[in-house]
Design a protein around this ligand. Sequence first.
Ligand code: AP5
Length: 211
Amino acid sequence: MAQPRILILGAPGAGKGTQSAKITEEFGVDHITTGDALRSNKEMDISDMDTEYDTPGEYMDQGELVPDDVVNAIVDEALSQADGFVLDGYPRNIEQAEELEDMTDLDVVLYLEVGEEELVHRLTGRRLDPETGDIYHVEYNPPEDPEVEARLEQRDDDTEETVRERLSVFHENTEPVIEYYDEQGDLERIDGEQAPDAVWDEVKATIEDAA
Ligand code: AP5
């Protein structure tokens, strides 16, 4: 396999960002993440797209999906510039999965499986370093450096109320996407409840097997 084209699926908090960072480092592929791309464009004016709200941020802060047209354009542009990639946060509904099929082929589809209460615990305890983008957790993975600890921030949508809404959007819209890949026989299930390094061992071996 030249540069692998990897799709990583999982509920909010399943560890997609954590594992994508390791994949990027190990396999030298681009990390294409719709969540980060949209967070950088939270205030973008999308009112001319006939959408319910005027900016992506208004959808995100309520835990709702940003309209497909906005997200499809971001992914299409990013994929056209990448050789190998790990795609994280897309597709989130069947319409996006069908769009993706027209945009590129995939070598591996990973699905990180994690139970609901663990997801809530992970997301409400998540903290981000605004300078490096590194992901931490107050209990599972706190930073060692007190200077880093002092500058950590919580994501606007990691409050318990918004997390519950994001999980309900996942059940309704994104679980059918998982079934879609499963029915095609493409889905590689990974036990995402293990410690991050154990999850990584499985993720790495699965990608290497697909080579
Ligand atoms: P997005 O940014 O994609 O968020 P998400 O899918 O909800 O996923 P997260 O980033 O919250 O979780 P993750 O799986 O990456 O977990 P992480 O590794 O950080 O989307 C945000 C919003 O953008 C959406 O709600 C929507 O509005 C919009 N959007 C995005 N894409 C869209 C699309 N395609 N269409 C429409 N709208 C879209 O880990 C979580 C925590 O757990 C961390 O603290 C970490 O340290 C810890 N952790 C990770 N792994 C482990 C482990 N194995 N054991 C213990 N702790 C762990």
